[in-house]
Design a binder for this molecule. Structure first.
Ligand code: NAD
Length: 286
């Protein structure tokens, strides 16, 4: 398969900017589009900030940094005609994603692969609004995209083998490891394993069986995880965790995914983890 030369990224937020940085660093020309004024400029500023930090730590050279920045172009959606592949990374709202996919399907060449970075939605449903469901695939990157090694590749019902091969090839070009999720199921692999882990850690805390420090220490040292589940839950955002649990619970009707009360209480109080400055690490069970 040929090396990918041009990638379109829709959405210049946390994930879109991260994916753009990753691709550009790996010599792919990136067309970056966002529908909010200044979102691309703000994404580019964040990328420059991260690269400057890497330069200061002598992890990259100045020419690496400039080459990476030069590889990213602020773009209109119309320019995506030139891209071999597009990765959609807009907000997690089905109707917004569908409207982006409809636009892309009308605009780009029939051979262009359309990927979505959705954390939860059905690839089949998104692919259904396009005229090329065989070329649509989930490419689920993890945050921060330039650092995290894994990309989950998610097949929709109609995704063609060549689309999966293309996505594997693209991920390899960006130095990522992939796993293939063969069925379009909620939570894919990682969140389906992670949410029950979070839930059990929260229940152990809620029952007063151990402190949050000891729960995290047990998992870190006993299971060799780099981060304890309660720290990780704070880090990913308790509001996001709750949304994912509720989504999985509604899809599977299975108590494995039932969110603990303690999590709901924290989120209702606006204590959503690292980004709010309060989460499990300021919570003491009464
Ligand atoms: P974000 O809110 O940081 O960025 C979303 C961007 O999309 C914003 O800049 C917004 O202006 C833009 N946007 C919205 N509607 C648009 C449209 N119609 N056209 C173009 N741009 C539009 O969100 P994020 O955290 O980067 O998440 C993006 C996607 O990645 C979501 O599907 C999310 O579930 C998924 N995801 C997020 C993470 C994470 O940890 N943040 C991890 C994996 C996957």
């Amino acid at each position: 398969m040929e090396t990918v030369k041009t990638l379109g990224v829709v959405g210049a937020g946390t994930m879109g900017a991260g994916i753009a940085q990753l691709a550009a660093r790996n010599n792919i020309h990136v067309l970056l589009y966002d529908n909010q004024t200044d979102a691309v400029k703000s994404g580019l500023a964040k990328i420059r900030q991260r690269l400057t930090r890497a330069l200061d730590r002598e992890q990259i050279s100045r020419s690496d940094m400039e080459r990476t920045m030069d590889n990213i172009e602020e773009s209109s959606l119309e320019k995506f005609r030139d891209a071999e592949v597009v990765i959609e990374a807009v907000v997690e709202v089905m109707e917004v994603k569908k409207s982006v996919f409809r636009q892309l399907s009308d605009l780009v060449a029939p051979s262009t692969i359309l990927a979505t970075n959705t954390s939860s939605f059905s690839i089949t449903e998104l692919a259904g609004v396009t005229q090329r469901p065989e070329s649509v695939i989930g490419m689920h990157f993890f945050n921060p995209a330039p650092v995290m090694k894994l990309v989950e590749l998610v097949r929709g019902e109609d995704t063609a083998d060549r689309t999966v091969e293309f996505a594997q090839h693209l991920a390899a070009q960006m130095n990522k490891e992939t796993v293939v999720v063969r069925k379009d199921t909620p939570g894919f692999i990682v969140n389906r394993i992670l949410m029950p882990l979070f839930i059990e850690a929260m229940r152990i805390l809620e029952e007063g069986v151990a402190t949050q420090e000891d729960i995290d220490k047990a998992v870190k040292l006993g299971l060799n995880h780099p981060m304890g589940p309660l720290t990780l839950a704070d880090f990913t955002g308790l509001d996001v965790d709750l949304e994912v649990m509720d989504y999985l619970y509604n899809e599977f009707h299975d108590d494995r995914f039932a969110a603990p009360q303690v999590l709901r209480r924290l989120v209702r109080a606006g204590h959503v983890g690292k980004k709010s400055g309060r989460g499990f690490y300021h919570y003491a069970p009464k």
